[in-house]
Design a protein around this ligand. Structure first.
Ligand SMILES: Cc1ncc(COP(=O)(O)O)c(C=O)c1O
Length: 487
């Protein structure tokens, strides 16, 4: 399956200093190692066609034989597949992940285990209790109705629309549909806007449940790299998004430009304008997931992407109270043109008949409560992020974190591709982790791990001690000849 072609210039840029250790390895070997690393790290997606040998040789200023030999090494290892007369495409060898070396570690008691597989905080107890008390008070008028509102109750749609207006994006309640969380919102959109087999562009890495949803409807995720080294606000490869949209004729892109999960990065205003342009030019529906938008830590986000696509049916926004308030409410929404909202509402009855009225009323109360409680959560997250960074610097100094400007997690690059083995062995050391490849498409990100800072400081300290012990138990040796990625 060929997804899209990567250009010689893009490969050359990502390879960076692949020949810095000249003399220690033959050039073809260094080139093969560099390309393999880009595949592992998700920079070159599976299924992508590599540049032609002559073209890459020209760009890298090496002999064509060097490229030919590097490609045949990768072919032998199972990283490339080639057919007569067509370009080589990237594959992943079928070898199983390395078995974890679970040593003599003490098996922790259940209560000791820190679960870092979720990037989600506990509820702000008082606020949530108060919200449900207020919801109970507001319930009686709804008891005179059948209580099923596939659009969502008017008072909540008004509150959500008002929030967009306050952020500079004119919105009417008719453009809002309430859902049972942002995940539900995305699943409904996939059901209405994509057909089985269709391509959906995704950030790479991205939120794992979004990948699962794309696959569940028979869609094919097309990964477009998010490159932290591009700078916190310009990590999105907008040129790559435009060309992937054109080459694959994807009907939809699912992107998280606001404090991206897992990296915490935030796309700047110019990038947002460009995204809206790309959606218009390629007639691709851009689904912007704003679930994390209120979880800014260092600077608030620019105006919503949809503000650059005024009147554009191509930009659809989804949101949620899960991160700003509490995931247990199960309240999210879709902002789209009324015509699409109508189709979504029509399709909803196949899976549910509406979000519970009590939860919607509680959400109204929380949204009307102003920014105070959300700022209190941000303050907690800032402190916890600092603790996590300090602990990591002390115990795992050669792990390189991407520190975004918000969100709930760090995305860390490890010295060796052991993420699956690490996640497998970590529970024996008191930590549950989500391995890097869960955030990517077919085998990428073995060198990465996401560590959320949504848990309290004492748990984070224990967790990092556990992660460091688990990493030690793997007995990782780093090949000094392996080229470093330019980060
Ligand atoms: C980017 C992103 N989208 C969606 C979700 C799911 O949100 P909800 O709880 O509203 O379904 C999450 C939760 O972690 C998320 O990080």
């Amino acid at each position: 399956m060929m997804m899209h072609a990567v250009g010689a210039r893009s490969v050359s840029r990502d390879l960076g200093g692949w020949r810095d250790d000249a003399g220690r390895r033959p050039a073809y070997r260094a080139l093969a190692d560099g390309i393999r690393l880009l595949v592992h790290d998700g920079r070159i997606p599976l299924g992508a066609a590599l540049p032609g040998e002559r073209e890459l040789a020209g760009e890298l200023q090496v002999s064509r034989t060097t490229v030919t030999t590097a490609y045949s090494v990768l072919r032998e290892e199972g990283f490339l597949s080639s057919r007569q007369g067509s370009r080589s495409t990237v594959t992943m060898p079928a070898a199983p992940p390395r078995a974890p070396a679970v040593g003599s570690a003490r098996r922790p008691e259940a209560g000791d285990v820190v679960d870092l597989s979720y990037a989600a905080m506990v509820a702000p107890v008082l606020e949530v209790q108060e919200a449900y008390s207020a919801a109970l008070q507001a319930l009686p008028p709804f008891l005179d109705t059948h209580g099923m509102e596939p659009h969502g109750i008017a008072v909540l749609r008004e509150a959500i629309a008002a929030r967009y207006c306050a952020r500079g994006l004119e919105t009417t309640p008719a453009q809002i549909m309430v859902t049972s969380g942002a995940q539900h919102a995305f699943r409904l959109l996939l059901g209405v806007l994509t057909a089985p087999g269709e391509r959906v562009l995704v950030d790479h890495p991205t939120y794992p449940n979004a990948l699962a949803a794309v696959r569940r409807v028979g869609g094919r995720p097309v990964p477009v790299p998010v490159r932290p080294e591009g700078g916190a606000s310009r990590a999105w490869d907008l040129g790559g998004i435009r060309s992937a949209a054109r080459q694959t004729a994807a009907g939809m892109a699912y992107l998280i430009p606001d404090f991206h999960n897992p990296t915490g990065l935030c796309l700047d205003d110019a990038g947002r304008a460009e995204l809206a342009r790309i959606a218009r030019e390629t007639r691709m529906t851009l689904v912007v997931d704003e679930t994390m938008v209120d979880v800014w830590l260092d600077a608030p986000p620019p105006a919503p992407v949809a503000a650059h696509g005024r009147g554009l049916s191509e930009v659809v926004t989804i949101g949620s109270v899960s991160k700003s308030h509490w995931g247990g409410l199960r309240v999210g929404w879709i902002r789209a043109e009324p015509e699409l909202i109508g189709r979504l509402v029509g399709s909803r009855s196949a899976s549910d008949l509406g979000t519970p009225v009590m939860d919607q009323l509680a959400a109204v109360h929380l949204l009307d409560a102003g920014d105070g409680p959300v700022e209190a959560r941000r303050e907690i997250l800032r402190a916890q992020r600092a603790v996590l960074l300090d602990e990591l610097a002390a115990r795992l100094p050669d792990w390189v974190p991407t520190v975004g400007t918000g969100g709930m997690s760090l995305w860390l690059r490890m010295p060796a591709p052991v993420s699956t083995a690490l996640a497998a062995t970590a529970p024996s050391h008191g930590v549950v982790l989500a391995a890097g490849p869960r955030f990517g498409v077919e085998g990428a990100f073995e060198r990465y791990i996401r560590l959320p800072y949504a848990r309290p400081a004492d748990e984070l300290r224990r967790a990092v001690a556990g992660v460091a012990a688990a990493y030690d138990a793997l007995g990782v040796t780093v090949d000094p000849a392996e080229p470093a990625l330019v980060v």
